[in-house]
Ligand binder design. Structure first.
Ligand SMILES: *Cc1c(COP(=O)(O)O)cnc(C)c1O
Length: 382
């Protein structure tokens, strides 16, 4: 029997019966760079922490179980994970990418991947005819759903069928929903990416990234690449992630409850022009979300009427912090134009719908009444 997701956040399927690590419930931090060998040709299975570390391995097994993969990799940041993954491609390869992505991913593709000889087509994967975008050298489709920050929702199963029919890899950045709400590998994706900095770590206190795959060839190649390039997560940060994931389920549920209340409150505000939250039944991705995910998450993007109103709200919030990042215990509000998406060309931002009136909110686990009161006083001045 497959155990429930909350149990899998706390226990591994092959967990030993209190015989290892003195029965310690908290997994030990193996703060070591290297491992002594008994003799030539024999080893404990661990050689050097760039290659393997027991604390990182324990975390990778947890993530692998949560995403239903065959292998998982813990990297120092989400961007390190995406960078490592893109080492799978060769100069001349073409990748079809969602146009509305986390700004750092667009920065990587535009400034590093293109220099390495990769070609990109950026399209709205929620509605585009993707078959028309496929070229002889196309190797992969790269999506986020919902997207950061405009919350566009793509049908993972539909895109997986296209990818499979043409022998393309389907890569899904699942950061916004976490494995608690969505499992792209089960819907046909080949590779899942996470910024572990966000919901998985969950406390706004550390950076991490993950790659999970169900393809043995990709797994083998990535093991070689992680050993070679060296962006594996440190033992202490691995421990913070193991600890953060213990409460993933209750944090996600609570943050989502707050998001639904706040999205409905925002809808009633005269200063708010549009609310992008896939848990609202009028959102174009609502039905797809209900089909492919177990929840709607806690990310809300909204447009106010003027840039001045947006700036005033950022200045006036108190409990809600004006900060980059998302998915943590504390509620954060971001201004994509000058923060997360500052390095994205203005014309691209505007085409995706990111304007100087756009704000992005990540609800935390505070009391909804206090968050709404904070927003009420921030909006009072606009
Ligand atoms: C934050 C984020 C990343 C990058 O992760 P880091 O841990 O900050 O490097 C990638 N994708 C999405 C969707 C993100 O929100």
């Amino acid at each position: 029997m497959v155990r429930g997701i909350n149990t899998r956040c706390l226990h591994l399927a092959d967990e030993e019966k209190n015989t290892e690590h003195y029965g310690s419930l908290s997994f030990p931090i193996y703060q070591t760079a290297t491992y002594a060998h008994p003799e030539v040709g024999r080893s404990t299975g661990f050689d050097y922490s760039r290659l393997q570390n027991p604390t990182r391995e324990h975390l990778e097994k947890i993530i692998c179980g949560l995403e239903d993969g065959i292998d998982a990799f813990a990297l120092s940041t989400g961007m390190a994970a995406i960078t490592l993954l893109f080492e799978l491609f060769q100069p001349g390869d073409h990748i079809i990418s969602e146009a509305d992505l986390y700004g750092g991913s667009i920065r990587l593709f535009d400034n590093v991947s293109k220099k390495n000889g990769y070609e990109f087509s950026f399209v709205d994967c929620s509605s585009a005819d993707l078959e028309k975008e496929i070229r002889p050298n196309t190797k992969a489709i790269y999506i986020e759903t919902p997207t950061n920050p405009m919350m566009r929702v793509s049908d993972i199963g539909r895109i997986a069928k296209i990818a499979m029919a043409h022998g393309l890899l389907l890569i899904v950045d699942n950061t916004f929903l976490s494995p608690y709400f969505q499992n792209p590998l089960k819907l046909g994706a080949d590779v899942v990416i996470h910024s572990g900095t966000k919901f998985l770590g969950g406390h706004n206190d550390t950076l991490a990234g993950f790659i999970v795959t169900k393809d043995p060839k990709i797994s083998e190649r990535l093991r070689f690449l992680i050993k070679t390039t060296g962006a594996g997560l440190s033992p202490f940060d691995s421990w913070l992630l193991i600890r953060g994931i213990k409460t993933l389920g209750i944090r996600m549920e609570r943050a989502q409850e707050n998001a639904i209340k706040i999205a409905n409150w925002l809808k009633e505000q005269p200063a708010v022009k549009k609310v992008y939250y896939p848990g609202l039944s009028e959102h174009p991705g609502y039905e797809i979300m209900k089909k492919q995910a177990r929840g709607f998450g806690s990310m809300i993007t909204f447009d106010v009427e003027t840039k001045e109103q947006a700036l005033a709200i950022l200045k006036n919030v108190r409990i809600i912090k004006f900060a980059e990042s998302l998915g943590g215990t504390e509620t954060l509000i971001t201004y994509p134009t000058t923060q997360t998406h500052a390095d994205v060309k203005e014309e691209v931002r505007l085409r995706n719908g990111i304007t100087p009136c756009t704000l992005r909110l990540s609800t935390g686990i505070e009391d909804a009444e206090d968050l709404i009161a904070d927003l009420e006083s921030a909006f009072a001045g606009v």
